[in-house]
Design a protein around this ligand. Structure first.
Ligand SMILES: NC(=O)c1ccc[n+]([C@@H]2O[C@H](COP(=O)([O-])OP(=O)(O)OC[C@H]3O[C@@H](n4cnc5c(N)ncnc54)[C@H](OP(=O)(O)O)[C@@H]3O)[C@@H](O)[C@H]2O)c1
Length: 338
């Protein structure tokens, strides 16, 4: 395979094979290249199992001595469930290591690279950096801030409505967009909905597109409603949000997905707990002053009170448009501009 970027893109693809299955570990992929050919590939399947580098070495079809390794995340240099990957790479005689993203944990950052360099291995960084980092924002926030990464997902009509006044909301978006939500949900260690949504929709909020999905999210209701399998919580102020998020993090939840309704969405945004917004816009105009809006909460006085988004991205799913962005001032925005 030619080109460092192409090798790293393959490593990213491999890392994503374990999408949603690695928590509390990051998703990591690795490709080994010798004489212009891929001789080994690997990814981290789940916590407690081999790391991507070791998987790649184990898959080698020929002697890896002198090969180049392309890894999406800085190789670990400490012993956890597995030995340090730096040692495995050195022992295998790898001559060059290209790393996509650095380990954000200040206790480790750069240490793995330094160990490799001291062993005489050529090390370079930053190939496909942004894509490698985005792969692991939930892990990065959790490991550095001890809080889950918070994503707000909403589906709305072009005129910003999520349901009729009576609460009829099935379905605003089509199958492809709902399939994408299933994909996003696989990353969620926990899901939160408002009490009105719990009462009207009685949703399951499980991952259903993979039979027997092993990492179903914990489910929570903000406010006063009860559903089997859900825990009700009060998130009335900053302190209660903070203790909820701290508790989730302590239970190794890397990502919280807020799935509406509008009142909860508005209150979460106004509490400044959301890192990323993912909105699906259907080509529909619901109309009606009483139709439920995509965000509630308190009424801002000035337009300058609006939250800005960074890195606004769009992608079609069938006829629906997904628009996403990082909330300015949120963890992801600050991390991206560090
Ligand atoms: N299209 C979509 O993406 C989407 C997604 C979800 C739901 N929906 C639809 O949206 C409608 C419901 O939305 P909605 O805006 O009317 O209501 P909602 O956000 O589901 O629920 C609002 C209620 O939740 C509780 N709550 C919200 N935030 C809280 C917080 N921070 N702390 C404590 N409690 C909190 C409060 O009730 P208490 O009185 O219990 O405290 C509040 O009145 C339904 O029709 C549903 O079908 C659409």
């Amino acid at each position: 395979m030619n080109g460092a970027a192409a090798c790293m893109r393959r490593a990213i693809e491999l890392a994503k094979t374990a999408w949603g299955r690695t928590a509390p570990n990051p998703m990591v992929g690795c490709v080994l290249v010798k004489n212009g050919r891929i001789i080994g590939e690997g990814y981290h399947h789940r916590a407690g199992e081999f790391h991507a580098e070791v998987e790649a070495l184990r898959s080698c079809k020929c002697d890896p001595v002198g090969a180049a390794a392309f890894v999406t995340l800085e190789p670990c240099s400490s012993t956890g469930h597995q030995g340090p990957c730096t040692e495995a790479l050195i022992a295998a005689g790898i001559s060059r290591v290209t790393v996509g993203s650095l380990d954000p944990n200040p206790a480790h950052a750069g240490r793995g690279l330094e160990i490799l360099r001291q062993a005489g291995i050529q090390v370079s960084t930053g190939v496909c950096r942004e894509a490698c980092e985005e792969l692991n924002y939930p892990f990065f926030k959790w490991i550095t801030r001890h809080r889950p990464y918070v994503v707000l997902k909403m589906a709305m009509t072009l005129d910003g409505r999520i349901a009729t006044s009576s609460g009829d909301s099935k379905w605003i978006t089509g199958e492809e967009a709902r399939g994408d939500v299933q994909h996003l949900r696989k990353l969620a260690g926990a899901i939160l909905i408002g009490s009105e949504t719990a009462r009207i929709d009685r949703p399951q909020l499980t991952v259903r597109d993979v039979p027997d999905w092993p990492c179903q999210p914990k489910r929570f209701i903000a406010g006063h409603a009860e559903l089997p399998g859900f825990t009700s919580i009060d998130l009335a102020d900053e302190a209660s949000w903070n203790s909820f998020l701290a508790e989730l993090a302590s239970e190794e939840c890397l990502m919280l997905l807020i799935e509406g309704g509008g009142e909860l969405a508005g209150r979460a945004l106004q509490a400044h707990v959301v890192d990323e917004a993912v909105f699906y816009v259907a080509p529909k105009l619901l109309t009606g002053r009483g139709s439920r809006p995509v965000t509630g909460g308190k009424d801002p006085e000035k337009l300058t009170d609006a939250l800005d988004l960074d890195e606004f991205r769009t992608k079609y799913f069938g006829g629906d448009l997904r628009i996403s962005g990082y909330i300015k001032g949120g963890w992801a925005d600050v991390y991206r501009h560090r």
